[in-house]
Write a protein that binds this ligand. Structure first.
Ligand code: URA
Length: 229
């Protein structure tokens, strides 16, 4: 990609600003002062602006442990968002949230600078399993939960679930794995069997398991090849 585009995408200024910065000899690539802002740069190249190394990656994937009270949106006037939790250098990029959680759901959220990767992860065609840890009230009916059921989606239209895999963990605790991601799906599945979800945490997406050591609100960069989708 062109140097001016890389830096403009990272909010170092407009492409004209970058041109001026080059003229002022403020930009280096691999140790050389660059005067031509249109020159091509690659991920392996070291770019410095005013002597400071610029973090630039074509593609990265972040694992975030979402706390209660944050919404999965890029901006919101009312609530804090998961994107507010992302700091430098990652927040210089346009970020994509790979599958939303409700405001009161905890756990694994994947965030990437690649729209293509996000679409791959959330596309129903990818059929990626998601596992949730659930605490609930009421008497669970494992067979009913694992069977297909008719529920309302976000547009209040009926759809039939694909069925789930449930692992009972003890008193009113279980893990449930589904491959869809309809609006409030887990909560609605539990309502359907006359149970109420009291705590919900996503712990796995495909091959990616939420790191136990990751505190709520924290995130780490992970290898996107782990997804293998
Ligand atoms: N199912 C829900 O009901 N809520 C979530 O946040 C995720 C899955």
């Amino acid at each position: 990609m062109r140097l001016d585009r890389v830096l403009a995408n990272l909010n170092y200024g407009s492409r004209n600003d970058i041109k001026e910065m080059c003229k002022d000899k403020r930009i280096m690539v691999n140790g050389n002062i660059i005067t031509d802002s249109s020159r091509q740069v690659f991920e392996k190249d070291e770019i410095k602006v005013d002597g400071k190394i610029v973090f630039h990656k074509d593609l990265f994937l972040l694992m975030l442990n979402k706390p209660d009270g944050f919404i999965c949106a890029n901006k919101d006037n009312l609530h804090k968002t998961v994107i507010d939790l992302i700091k430098e250098p990652y927040n210089r990029y346009e970020l994509n949230i790979c599958g939303r959680l409700d405001i009161d759901t905890h756990g694994l959220v994947l965030i990437t600078n690649s729209g293509k990767l996000m679409h791959k992860i959330i596309s129903p065609n990818s059929n990626i399993d998601k596992t949730y840890y659930v605490e609930y009230t009421g008497n669970i009916n494992k067979t009913a939960l694992e069977s297909q059921m008719e529920l309302l989606d976000g547009n209040n239209e009926l759809y039939t679930t694909k069925g789930a895999k449930v692992e009972i963990l003890g008193d009113n605790k279980c893990n449930i794995t589904i491959s869809e991601g309809k609006f409030h799906q887990v909560k609605r599945m539990f309502e359907h069997i006359n149970c109420k979800v009291t705590y919900l945490k996503r712990i796995r997406i495909g091959n990616i398991v939420l790191d136990d050591n990751l505190k709520e609100g924290d995130y780490i960069e992970i290898d996107y090849n782990l997804l293998m989708c």
